[in-house]
Structures are given as structure tokens and as C-alpha cells.
Design a protein around this ligand. Structure first.
Ligand code: ADP
Ligand code: MG
Length: 288
């Protein structure tokens, strides 16, 4: 009987936008008690638009902030970088050359421009390095805030906005109806996290988490007896995807996430995951 069930689920999986990379993990879907979602690019589309950009320094215009940021971000694959480069293209701006590019996973990017160290980082990075967040900045709604640092001092900021995927609400409700807890873990700021959590009616969220924190969030849930699905798109999600009972990557995400995951959502649709779990539970109940 097992091969038949397996055959059925394989064809169903393919038809339903699921690429199964690890069958053993896939079969655990009926036992799931908790789903943890990454935010950016997973519950949200990861399609950022730049809303504002501002300089804090006298000798820098707002446009200089955008140009310096672009010099570094054009090397990054992060959805924030894509959003920034879209703006730069739209404004037909030139930007300087950057050297020694580095990705600071879950916190930002870094390079040197004209002998100065340029970083674009999260509010969390400023807190962790005891750099002051200028008080005039308020985090609002789904806005994501990043800061430009020049030689370790805060030189400006950019505000970007993303949208919750239409399919996220359906997926969250379907999972919650099965009694499954739905949690979010994001590297983004508290206000942006809370806005998405409230909009979707999640059972909880963690904001400003680093990649290793995402992994420990999965692990502590497992220690409390939860069978955990982790869903994410980024390099920063890979340790948590590996830790989870089932790691699920969003198809539009990075190769690293897809290679670490047990299942890939080929159409980047969170309802393909909720359908799998609902189906898994129903099938199991019929079998016993
Ligand atoms: P999430 O967990 O929601 O997918 P990430 O862990 O990818 O978010 O990113 C967390 C935060 O790190 C972002 O909200 C941003 O502040 C910062 N960050 C990451 N990559 C970049 C980048 N390329 N440019 C600027 N900031 C970045
Ligand atoms: Mg992400």
C-alpha cells in the first residue's frame, strides 16, 4: 500500500506546485503542529518600492545617499537591493564603483567606495553596535527601514515598502483551521513585523532575528514537542530550513534556500503548502 500512496502523492505534488526533494520529510507533513514563516519574500512578495531616502549630513544630498547605497546594493541579490536598484534606474542615476563587497547575512551589505567604508544595514545592526537611531525616524506599518553608514557613522536612511502576498491570508487561515500554530520569524524591524502579523492574524512573531536565531527558534519549538515546518526564501533562512522537521523554500527565492529545503514551492504560493498539510492530515485520517 505504501508505494501506491507514495505514487499518488508524487503526482499530486507535481500538479500542486510542490517539488519534493526529500520524501521522508514530505511524509511527515501529516504530523505538523507548527508552521514558521519568514516574512520578506515569503509572506510578503519581496517586491520592494523605495518610498523615501534622506541624508543626515550637510555635505551629502538625499540623492547622494541613494547613489552611495546603489554602489553597494547593485551587488546584492536581496529583495531590498532589487527595490533600490529599480528606483536608481527609474531616476537614471549614475553611481560610483564599489570594491571589497561583502554580504552581512540578515543585517545588510558592505563595500568600500572611494576609500570610505559604506554599509547599508538594518535598525537591529545599529542597536547591536550601539549606534544611535536618529529620533526623527519612525517605523510605520509594513515599512522596512535601512541605514547608510559611512565609516561607521549614520549618514542617511531609506524607507521601503513591500506587500503581503494575496495568498498568504488563505494559507494562514487554512493552517489555523487545522489547529496548526502559525508563527513568523523575520530579520526585519519590530514595526514591520507587527504590521504583517496583525494583518494576517498570526499566533506570534519574532522580529530582528539573525539567521542563527531563526534556527534556535525552530529548535526550541521542537524541544517543546512541536513538529515544525520552516518556510523561507533567503540565504539567512538556510540554517532554520535545515533544522526544521520539514524545510520549505519559496521558488522565487535564493538557490541556497532551495538546495537546503525538503520541499520547494515552485509557484511561490504559500497555499500550496497549506493544501499539502491539510491533504496530508485528511489522507492519514482515512488510512487509520
Ligand atoms: P527576512 O528575515 O524578513 O527575510 P532578512 O533576514 O533577509 O529579512 O533581512 C533582515 C534585515 O537585514 C532587512 O530587513 C534589512 O534591514 C537588512 N538587510 C538584509 N539584506 C540587506 C541588503 N542587501 N541591503 C540592506 N539591508 C539589508
Ligand atoms: Mg526572506
Amino acid at each position: 500500500a505504501i508505494p501506491l500512496v507514495t505514487a499518488i502523492s508524487t503526482s499530486l505534488a507535481a500538479k500542486n506546485g510542490l517539488l519534493i526533494r526529500n520524501r521522508t520529510a514530505f511524509e511527515r507533513s501529516r504530523n505538523v503542529t507548527m508552521v514558521i514563516f519568514d516574512k520578506t519574500g515569503t509572506l510578503t512578495a519581496g517586491d520592494f518600492g523605495v518610498k523615501t531616502y534622506k541624508s543626515f549630513l550637510e555635505d551629502f544630498t538625499d540623492e547622494d545617499v541613494l547613489k552611495l547605497t546603489a554602489a553597494v546594493e547593485h551587488r546584492s541579490e536581496h529583495p531590498i537591493a532589487t527595490g533600490i536598484m529599480k528606483k536608481v534606474k527609474e531616476k537614471e542615476l549614475d553611481f560610483p564603483e564599489a570594491k571589497d563587497y561583502e554580504n552581512i547575512t540578515g543585517e545588510g551589505v558592505k563595500a568600500s567606495v572611494d576609500g570610505r567604508q559604506i554599509m547599508i544595514v538594518s535598525p537591529g545592526y545599529l542597536k547591536n553596535h550601539e549606534l544611535e537611531v536618529p529620533s526623527e525616524i519612525k517605523e510605520e506599518g509594513v515599512e522596512t527601514l535601512v541605514f547608510l553608514l559611512v565609516d561607521d557613522s549614520v549618514a542617511g536612511y531609506l524607507k521601503l515598502a513591500d506587500k503581503v502576498r494575496d495568498s498568504s491570508q488563505k494559507a494562514v487561515s487554512a493552517l489555523q483551521k487545522e489547529g496548526i500554530k502559525v508563527i513568523m520569524a523575520t530579520g526585519d524591524n519590530e514595526a514591520a513585523a507587527k504590521a504583517v502579523s496583525d494583518e494576517l492574524g498570526l499566533d506570534g512573531y519574532h522580529a530582528e532575528v539573525l539567521p542563527e536565531d531563526k534556527q534556535s527558534i525552530v529548535q526550541s519549538a521542537q524541544n517543546e514537542g512541536e513538529v515544525v515546518v520552516m518556510t523561507g526564501d533567503g540565504v539567512n533562512d538556510a540554517p532554520a530550513l535545515a533544522q526544521a522537521d520539514i524545510g520549505v523554500a519559496i521558488g522565487s527565492g535564493t538557490d541556497v534556500a532551495a538546495e537546503t529545503a525538503d520541499i520547494v514551492l515552485v509557484n511561490s504560493d504559500p497555499t500550496d503548502l497549506s493544501s499539502l498539510i491539510v491533504f496530508g492530515k485528511a489522507t492519514y485520517q482515512k488510512m487509520v
